[in-house]
Design a protein around this ligand. Structure first.
Ligand code: PMP
Length: 490
């Protein structure tokens, strides 16, 4: 019999027994999702939510082909570390067939963090060097040395940057160091910064082991790279004897709608690729794929669960669905619906600063006004809470938490996209009206800035205060209406 706790019990037990640093998607009135199918989530009272953020459920929540592949294999054999198994051999071959020829050796692990950790080890064993270049605001995982190469995290944790870590500016042409229209060639200026870091490291008698980045930065608020940036950077790194690592944990498997892998949009071939999240459609698995020369330098590697037959069967089923349901071209066309829809409303919103992305990985940056570009974090947070009230799940992310991020399952369709745009449009209009009514119009009358540069509009207007007032330890944060429904169910 499945465990059925009441909402309050689940919430209370979570508060009692799970680390508080493990954040819930909505801290106020968190959702208890009990079932999911395709691009929809269902809560414990039967409400349906349109899921715009679960990139892990890549081919759709609980896709029957994937579920059945996992169930069948689980009933046959679940473990095989150290033995031959067909599933691993076939899955490795199929993955490799999606990649350029030189990327032909797989290592199987269990999470994106493990994959990036192994990528780093491989880079170091091959180059016999230690230093790594990463991009400002990057996130590469939750293991110790990955936090050290994730400026987004170590800055928030107030950790000291390690000597072996070098941070190049995020090639963001909207709010970064070199902006479109402000410098003649932002792409070149950004790639020259990497070149300069390499030269400085060389001057200290050291060399770069690796340059690691996502081909489209996700946690950094969806930053797409200017043309030729990655080509130039890869050339500089290789001229110095370093290797190029692509973190495709979020961007891989056709999400960008152009190709199977996001790096392919930049006409580059990395030396090591980490993949994770979507490859198991929710089943925890990840893979590192590299060249034979690099792979052979690793003396020893073992993972208890990596490459087990269930994971590989699930992984193959995911690849089947991507192909059978033509999800890459769908990511392109539905992604275009989303991007075009957001771009069409952008001129009508004083707080919509930028719309960017590729395929079904999209970011909409909210700002206090278009001139100052001050991040509108609270507006973004309120927008997500209000969208939830209209049964749409969105997220705000990026270094200033002011970017509304959309990374839905790839079965998301154009009707879904239109609904999201319409709801987003009307909520943002109401937020803008509210902001204007307290004097925070585009001329920025009350620039009462906080330390982060964010303007606390809603602290003034009270909206976020009202949302957060409901979060005390013994309060479930539910609306009266919802609480009444729970009581009925109890
Ligand atoms: N790389 C990127 C770009 C990610 O977004 C994440 C997870 N958010 C990771 C690595 C780490 O993956 P995992 O959480 O599966 O360890």
């Amino acid at each position: 019999k499945p465990v059925t706790l009441t909402y309050r019990q689940t919430l209370q037990m979570r508060r009692n027994y799970v680390g508080r640093s493990c954040k819930l998607h909505f801290e106020v009135a968190p959702l208890k999702i009990v079932r999911a199918s395709r691009q929809y989530l269902y809560d414990d009272t039967g409400n349906e939510f349109l899921d715009c953020i679960n990139n892990v459920s890549h081919v759709g929540h609980c896709h029957p082909h994937v579920v059945s592949a996992g169930q069948t294999q689980m009933a046959m054999l679940t473990t095989c570390a150290g033995f031959l198994n067909d599933q691993m051999a076939e899955y490795a071959k199929r993955l490799i067939s999606t990649l350029p020829d030189k990327l032909c050796v797989c290592f199987f692990v269990n999470s994106g963090s493990e994959a990036n950790d192994l990528s780093l080890r491989l880079a170091r064993s091959y180059t016999k060097r230690e230093d790594v270049i990463v991009l400002e605001n990057a996130y590469h995982g939750n293991l110790g040395n990955l936090i050290e190469i994730s400026p987004l995290k170590f800055k928030k944790l107030n950790m000291q940057k390690k000597d072996w870590v070098h941070i190049a500016p995020c090639p963001d042409t909207y709010r970064g160091k070199y902006r479109e229209g402000e410098v003649p060639n932002p792409s070149l200026s950004y790639s020259n910064e990497v070149k300069q870091i390499i030269e400085e490291v060389q001057d200290q008698g050291r060399g770069i082991a690796a340059f690691m980045c996502e081909p489209l930065m996700s946690a950094s608020g969806i930053v797409t790279f200017p043309k030729n940036y990655l080509q130039n950077v890869y050339r500089h790194v290789r001229e110095n004897g370093g290797v190029c690592l692509a973190d495709e944990v979020q961007t891989g498997l056709g999400r960008t709608g152009e190709n199977f892998w996001a790096f392919q949009s930049h006409d580059v071939v990395p030396d090591i690729v980490s993949i994770g999240k979507p490859i198991g459609n929710g089943h925890p698995m990840a893979v590192v794929i590299t060249t034979k020369e690099i792979a052979d330098t690793l003396v020893e590697f073992g993972s208890t669960f990596g490459g087990n037959p269930v994971s590989c069967a699930v992984g193959m089923a995911v690849l089947d669905v991507i192909q059978n349901e033509m999800l890459i071209s769908s990511a392109k066309s539905v992604g275009k619906c989303l991007l075009d829809g957001f771009r069409a409303i952008l001129p009508h919103h004083s707080m919509m600063g930028d719309v960017r992305g590729q395929g079904m990985i999209i970011g909409v940056e909210l700002v206090m006004d278009k001139e100052s570009k001050k991040p509108a974090k609270e507006a973004a947070e309120i927008l997500c809470y209000r969208a939830k009230e209209q049964n749409i799940i969105l997220a705000n992310d990026g270094p200033g938490y002011n970017v509304i991020v959309l990374t839905p399952p790839l079965c998301f369709n154009c009707d879904n996209a239109r609904r999201v745009i319409q709801v987003f449009d009307s909520i943002l209009k109401s937020i803008e009206t509210e902001a204007a009514s307290v004097g925070l119009t585009s001329s920025g009358i009350d620039m009462n800035q906080s330390e982060t540069g964010d303007v606390p509009i809603t602290v003034i207007s009270g909206t976020l205060d009202r949302i957060h007032q409901t979060t005390s330890d013994d309060d479930d944060g539910c609306s009266d209406e919802k609480r009444a429904r729970y009581e009925e169910m109890d």
